[in-house]
Design a protein around this ligand. Sequence first.
Ligand code: OVV
Length: 408
Amino acid sequence: MTTDTVRAAPEGVPMLDVDPFSDELLRDPYGYHARLREAGPVAWIPKYGVYVTGRHQQVRAVFADHESFISSAGVGLANFNKEPPFRPKSLILEADPPNHTRARTILSRILSPRTVTQVRESFAKEADRLLDGVMVSAQRGEVVDGISRIAEVYPLKVFPDAVGLEAQGRENLLLYGDMIFNAFGPRNELLTRSAQKVQPVTAWIMQHCQREMLRSGGFGDQIYQAADAGEISHEEAPMLVRSFLSAGVDTTVNGIGNALWCLATHPEQYATLHADPGLARAAFEESLRYESAVQTFFRTTSRDVELAGVTIPAGSKVLAVLSAANRDERQWPDAGRFDIKRRPTGHMAFGSGIHGCVGQVVARLEGELILGGIARRFKRIELAGEPTRRLNNTLRALGSLPLRLTPA
Ligand code: OVV
């Protein structure tokens, strides 16, 4: 099956004749998201022969029914029951219960609220150190790139430190993230380009999943401790460490980058945050809703299943557009407004259900510390030039974000 085969819409399902993975729609997806929500609760994309949903209620329903909408056939466009996965399947992301449950139990223990209490102080110290450096640049009147100076630097420091990874070679984590998130989409130009670097990057990643490469006591080592305790096999342990290295960096880089963009382009909202830096956590949460770092995930139907009156046959791919659900007027009054005082509980940026982001407490900690640190230091944050996009099949990502930061 090629991705170029155009397949007619099943009877009664509205057709949405778009390529969500085209440069044009990745650059500006919001018009297509509105058309998607208006087309109906479920629609059909002929270019890929997949179902698609962008309303909050249905995206939520898909994630809630993990027995009908499974992950083990892949959470990208590729159906692993029909073609081999591009890398050995993740033990958590691309698994269903009961296998998923074993992996999930271990990761959620390592990434628990208690862990966050333990790492908070060191994460806060690093945020302060980084932002003190940004302050020096700002005081000199320099333009600061929010991506290369803040959004990429911070997660690439604190998270791999917590995992227990050496400092050398961490840029591989960004390349790897770019690649795997592109690989959830079609085999387009974006994937081809990032996959050209796949061999050396994958080799580096797998090498650094080995126990002897991981600091004793870190998140990575704790996986091996779970293997020692018999919760998983020692062959599975490096694969679970790989999940940290896959999901833990590019996601937060873009979560923070997008939050900076939201604040720089909504000066009245930044003024509110500056007046009360205690809103940092709420501001990060709203930026996740408004400009979700992870835009989409697929599921595969394990059986004929009804979704909003449409019967989706077994073996179908279903594209859940988290970011469209996050701006669904049916769920969020004035959905197109970035409002840090909104309480966007139930947003889909971390997914929901049994596969809901297991690292979300760590992600929120990073976001809160960076936004809080900025709010306390700077009176204003403004664009100092046109931001550029880094197009990715799954991530909403900026390549650069020139900022003028005015010290308070
Ligand atoms: C990209 C991503 C998200 C979540 C989990 C994983 C990867 C994984 O490799 O387990």
